[in-house]
Design a protein around this ligand. Structure first.
Ligand SMILES: Cc1cc2nc3c(=O)[nH]c(=O)nc-3n(C[C@H](O)[C@H](O)[C@H](O)COP(=O)(O)O)c2cc1C
Length: 392
């Protein structure tokens, strides 16, 4: 499957370095040419000999070594022919160096000199992962097109928490997705909504919700990678725009409805992943509301239901997928939405999904049993949702 693909696999000094052995071994079995580059810290955790044996290629640990005599200036020669540079595991340190343009060892130098696709599988202690410097570095790299897989919650060397590396099998599956993309949505026009809406109270305040837009953006990226022409209609979000996706920015539920209805007739598939306000202030003040009374009562009115309007326009050829977020009776609420809104598929989830990178939930279709999934990265969940859409 990966024949003729050249992969540079960087191993850094995380305790999960031993799991990179399985990744290298599987990539080799799939036919890839794998070159392992280790940081000095990584060599203290796993020996270069292990990777040399598994990859059947010399392991690069020193930028100035003469050992790789066959390669003239290895960091240039290798990166020029690489299809993918991946880092498994990726320490907080290499993420920081890559985000800052530091090139002080073979791996960071290759990351900087390579134009190939890049994939990082971070692994670290929960406090390191939650550190805003690490998160800012990740955002910077994502904005530059670097892909990330994991981490997930799990048992770490320091106890239970967020920061466990994605499993080797998942990492290899992602490599396959990147290097041998499925094009089963080729020619399809896909409309996706994402993020939350904001309903103004006055020029500076609004009623909103905690949706980050991550799920909708992950779906847009996945559909684009699989060949679709994607339009993403999004409320305010901090997510980086997927490459080669048209973005329509909206703020209110009314704007989102107008944007969806204007484009729905051209779409083969609509996925409503946005968290659209059900109510809005009946009247938005044109001036900032002053702090004059002890209590302030707000009168809210219903917003228009986008999926109800879509149901009236939907043709037999079009597919419509919704998301149902409930705090209780999640499955029953989702089943009701599926039926009432005439959806082809609904993804049920609970508020733990908000703002995070992981999602647990269930996929319900008209004729099948609910399919449950738990603690998946949103990009992985996006792939599964698209697979199920293909199946209906
Ligand atoms: C036993 C051990 C395990 C470590 N595991 C991790 C880890 O999982 N993630 C991480 O970011 N740093 C971890 N570190 C710290 C890194 O090794 C350290 O920050 C180092 O400078 C990283 O260098 P490198 O990125 O060049 O490999 C660990 C250190 C030790 C001693």
């Amino acid at each position: 499957m990966l024949k003729d693909k050249v992969i540079i696999l960087g191993v850094t000094g995380g305790i999960a370095a031993y799991k990179a052995c399985e990744v290298v071994s599987t990539l080799k079995q799939l036919g890839a040419e794998v070159w392992v580059v280790m940081t000095e810290s990584a060599t203290k955790l796993v020996t270069p000999l292990t990777f040399r044996t598994l990859s059947t290629n010399p392991v690069i640990t020193d930028l100035f070594s003469n050992e790789l005599a066959g390669l003239n200036v290895p960091h240039i020669a290798l990166t020029e022919k690489a299809d993918l540079v991946m880092v498994v595991p990726a320490t907080a340190n290499i993420i920081g160096k890559a985000a800052s343009g530091i090139a002080d060892d073979p791996l960071s130098t290759m990351l900087l000199s390579s134009k190939a696709k890049k994939l990082f599988a971070p692994a670290m202690n929960t406090r390191m992962w939650n550190n805003s410097v690490v998160q800012e570095n990740i955002k910077k790299l994502k904005d530059l097109g670097v892909q990330f897989i994991g981490p997930v919650e799990g048992n770490l060397a320091c106890g239970w928490g967020m920061g466990k590396m994605a499993e080797p099998e998942e990492i290899v599956n992602r490599v396959i997705e990147i290097l041998v993309p499925k094009l089963d949505f080729k020619g399809k026009r896909v409309l996706i909504t994402a993020g939350g809406t904001r309903e103004p109270l006055d020029p500076v305040r609004f009623i909103g919700n905690r949706s980050s837009g991550k799920m909708g953006f992950a779906l847009a990226q996945a559909a684009r990678t699989r060949g679709a022409k994607v339009t993403l209609i999004s409320g305010p979000t901090h997510e980086p725009l997927p490459l080669d996706v048209e973005l329509v920015k909206v703020e209110t539920a009314a704007e989102m409805k107008a944007a969806v209805l204007e484009r729905f007739k051209y779409a083969d598939l609509l996925v409503m992943a946005a968290a659209v306000a059900d109510y809005r202030p009946a009247k938005a003040s044109p001036k900032k509301l002053k702090k004059v009374t002890e209590r302030l009562q707000l009168l809210l009115e219903r917003t228009e239901d986008i999926l109800a309007a879509v149901k009236r326009l939907k043709t037999k050829k079009q597919k419509v997928v919704g998301f149902a977020l409930e705090t209780e009776d999640v499955l029953a609420g989702a089943a009701k939405k599926l039926k009432e809104k005439g959806l082809d598929l609904v993804v049920a989830n609970d508020p733990s999904t908000f703002d995070g990178d992981l999602i647990s939930g269930s996929i319900l279709s008209k004729d099948g049993k609910p399919e449950h999934f738990s603690g998946l990265g949103k990009d992985q969940a996006a792939g599964i949702i698209l697979d199920r859409i293909k199946g209906i």
